[in-house]
Design a protein around this ligand. Structure first.
Ligand code: GDG
Length: 511
């Protein structure tokens, strides 16, 4: 265990990196049930630092604040690291997370500006919580350490960190889309947000389009100097797709400082998925699912309950499919895994009811005694179960109207290991620019959605295999290890540079 008091790496991520369970009155910190998503990767970063600290919030009742344990030390499969928990009241959580982050920012980030409302948002609480994160990070970080901030709910943290520790290295990764200026500028606090992001040394996005959108906003609002654009990272499709960008800005100069702009999509972990498929009796489970499904064409669709994830559009397309092609009666099944997101939010309750209503209506309209067209699961299913379904599913249907990246698409491909399968994928998911062999579709167009699902169902086995092989090659090459190495390279460069002015930017070298 490290005896250092300060950390080389401090990660700011709003959620804690484990599940807190109370058993017989004792609190224990257990590994998250699901090993997928971004959290395990970040834990790996934290644990592999000489000393790493994770800062998150935790809702704590006023009565418990005095005896609240702010710091816990975790020793898990990833290594040792500290977690500093910021105790927030229920009101702070509601205002910071449920309302300001999810009801004001989320719709704007995902290009639903008409759902934006500033009525309920509380900018002062958002500032306050971001300031708390910044103060905690500054207390933890060593003089030559680095603070890595994740996502839009911590947009203002760079500003407060820079005020306290002007020379600290600050990196930021944006998991959601970053919209164009026309949409971003709907936010009344746009200048404060951009000024804060311009306090970073490294600003990472999944894909060049989001990076370019940010640069456009920064130029329009603050007149920053943009470096000449470079060609995008070659594996990303650079033209002809909804989210394609041919070139990308490698850095911004602002107030005598350089901000490296990076765009590299996060990868998934194919060896982990394959390991799961070979353990946990998953082999048997795969055979069991296959025998239950029989000759049916199994379509799987997975995503949180969220209007951005496109469950409504998918269900409407499935309804049209069964109506257009009565010969598919009893021959196709849609398995929809749609876990509910943050509780207590009207917008998600409405989305959930809409999904339940559509599923009920479709099952009622087309179902027969022996055949239910849709199987809906609204609770998360264990990861080994999920990957077993992926392995069996003939088609994976991922058609969000907007999505920063979408890891589910990559997980489906990884679970297929190059065997026959089809991926119907929205052009508006960031991951689409990496996966041109998917059946790409526009979820805003009913005709296009219809053509895409027809294509998946009618595609020959040879073509399914050929496309899946190419997709598998991409997902296994540009996997999470590649992403982690890329980010580590950028961090090394940041740490090694004498002044923020002197670097060429690793993004430039790699582009
Ligand atoms: C944000 C951005 C970006 C889902 N249902 C179950 C389950 N999952 C897992 C999936 C996947 C993860 O949750 C979801 O990842 P996504 O990338 O699809 O989406 P968001 O949660 O919206 O994440 C997104 C991401 O950040 C990373 O930067 O890609 O665009 O919105 O790993 O497998 N896992 C289990 N049971 C389920 O029922 N076990």
């Amino acid at each position: 265990m490290s005896t250092k008091s300060k950390s080389d790496l401090v990660i700011l991520y709003h959620r804690q990196p484990y599940e807190e369970v109370v058993e017989n009155g004792q609190t224990t910190f257990k590994e998250n049930k699901s090993p997928n998503g971004i959290v395990p990767t970040l834990k790996g970063f934290c644990a592999s630092a000489d000393k790493g600290t994770w800062v998150a919030w935790k809702q704590v009742a006023p009565k418990q604040q005095s005896k609240f344990q702010r710091r816990v030390t975790i020793e898990d499969d990833y290594g040792d690291y500290d977690v500093v928990r910021l105790p927030l009241s229920a009101d702070q959580v509601k205002s910071f997370y449920h309302v300001t982050s999810k009801e004001a920012f989320w719709p704007v980030l995902h290009s639903f500006p008409w759902l934006f409302s500033s009525e309920n948002s509380n900018w002062d609480t958002f500032r306050e919580v971001n300031r708390l994160f910044a103060e905690a990070a500054c207390e933890e970080v060593s003089d030559d350490g680095l603070i890595w901030i994740h996502d839009y709910n911590l947009w203002l943290a760079p500003y407060y960190i820079r005020k306290i520790k002007p020379d600290t290295k600050i990196a930021f990764f944006h998991h959601t889309p970053f919209p164009s200026a026309d949409i971003f500028n709907v936010l009344p606090w746009r200048e404060e947000i951009v000024d804060s992001l311009l306090c970073t040394d490294l600003l990472g996005f999944h894909i060049p389009r989001y990076a370019e959108n940010f640069c456009g906003v920064a130029r329009a609002l603050r007149g920053v100097d943009l470096a000449d654009r470079l060609d995008v990272f070659p594996p990303l499709v650079s033209s002809g797709m909804a989210l394609s960008e041919p070139t990308v800005t490698p850095y911004i100069e602002h107030k005598g400082r350089r901000i490296v702009i990076d765009s590299r999509p996060i990868g998934t972990n194919p060896p982990l998925i394959q390991d799961y498929l070979s353990r946990f009796d998953a082999g048997e489970r795969v055979a069991e699912i296959r025998s239950e499904i029989g000759d049916l064409h199994l379509i799987i669709s997975v995503g949180r309950v969220d209007y951005t994830k496109g469950a409504k559009e998918t269900l409407e397309a499935f309804d049209r499919l069964l109506s257009r092609r009565p010969e598919l009666t009893g021959k196709v099944k849609l398995m929809m895994v749609c876990a509910a997101a943050a509780q207590g939010m009207t917008i998600y309750r409405t989305a959930q009811r809409e999904i339940e209503r559509l599923v009920g209506s479709i099952n009622g309209k087309y179902g027969t005694l022996g055949w239910t067209p849709i199987m809906l699961t609204m609770r998360p299913i264990p990861f080994e179960e999920l990957v077993s379904y992926f392995r069996v599913a003939d088609t994976c249907w991922i058609t969000p109207v907007r999505d920063g990246l979408n890891l589910v698409a990559k997980e489906y491909i990884a679970a297929k290991e190059g065997s026959s399968g089809a991926l119907v994928l929205s052009e508006f998911a960031g991951v689409a620019v990496e996966l041109p062999q998917a059946i790409l579709t526009n979820p805003y167009s009913a005709n296009d959605m219809d053509a895409a699902i027809d294509c998946a169902i009618d595609m020959s086995v040879e073509e399914r295999k050929e496309r899946m092989k190419a997709l598998y090659e991409t997902v296994t090459t540009w996997d999470i290890r590649f992403w982690a190495q890329h980010v580590t390279g950028l961090f090394d460069e940041l740490r090694g540079k004498k002044s923020t002015k002197a670097t060429t930017g690793a993004a430039e070298d790699a582009a």
